[in-house]
Design a protein around this ligand. Structure first.
Ligand code: 5GP
Ligand code: ZN
Length: 112
C-alpha cells in the first residue's frame, strides 16, 4: 500500500526508532508515547487490522515478540500491556495492523 504510513516504515522509506526487526516484523517506538516504553509491533506486509489477519502464526509471532521486547527492556516481571485497536470504536487511527506494547507505569482498567 503506497499511501500507508506503516508500509513506508516497513519498506525503509520512513525511518522510525526501531527496537526490533526480523523477516516478518518491525517494532519501533510510538511517536506519542503513552508510557515510558511504548512500542508498536507491525507485520511488514500490509494487513489493515485484526479483521483482515488471515495468518494465526503471524498474530502469535507479534504477541511473542511483544513479550520478548518487554523482557529485553526489563519489564517481564513488573508487567506490561499489549493492545490491538480495531476500527473506529476500537480507537484505530493507523490502518495497518499494529500491536501496542506499553510498559513502565501502572496501567488502569477499564482503559476508557
Ligand atoms: P492506533 O490509534 O491506530 O491504535 O495507534 C496508532 C499509533 O501510531 C498512535 O499511538 C500514534 O502515536 C502512532 N503514530 C502515528 N504516526 C506515527 C509516526 O509517524 N511515527 C510513529 N513512530 N508512530 C506514529
Ligand atoms: Zn500498510
Amino acid at each position: 500500500m503506497s499511501d500507508c504510513l506503516f508500509c513506508k516504515m516497513a519498506g525503509g522509506e520512513i525511518k522510525p526508532d526501531v527496537v526490533y526487526e526480523d523477516e516478518q516484523l518491525l517494532a519501533f517506538r510510538d511517536i506519542h508515547p503513552q508510557a515510558p516504553l511504548h512500542v508498536l509491533i507491525i507485520p511488514k506486509r500490509h494487513v489493515a487490522n485484526l479483521n483482515d489477519l488471515d495468518d494465526a502464526l503471524l498474530g502469535g509471532l507479534m504477541l511473542q515478540t511483544a513479550a520478548k521486547i518487554a523482557g529485553q527492556f526489563g519489564y517481564a516481571e513488573s508487567g506490561y500491556r499489549t493492545v490491538f485497536n480495531c476500527n473506529g470504536d476500537g480507537g484505530q487511527t493507523v490502518h495497518h495492523l499494529h500491536l501496542h506494547l506499553l510498559a513502565g507505569r501502572q496501567m488502569h482498567w477499564p482503559p476508557g
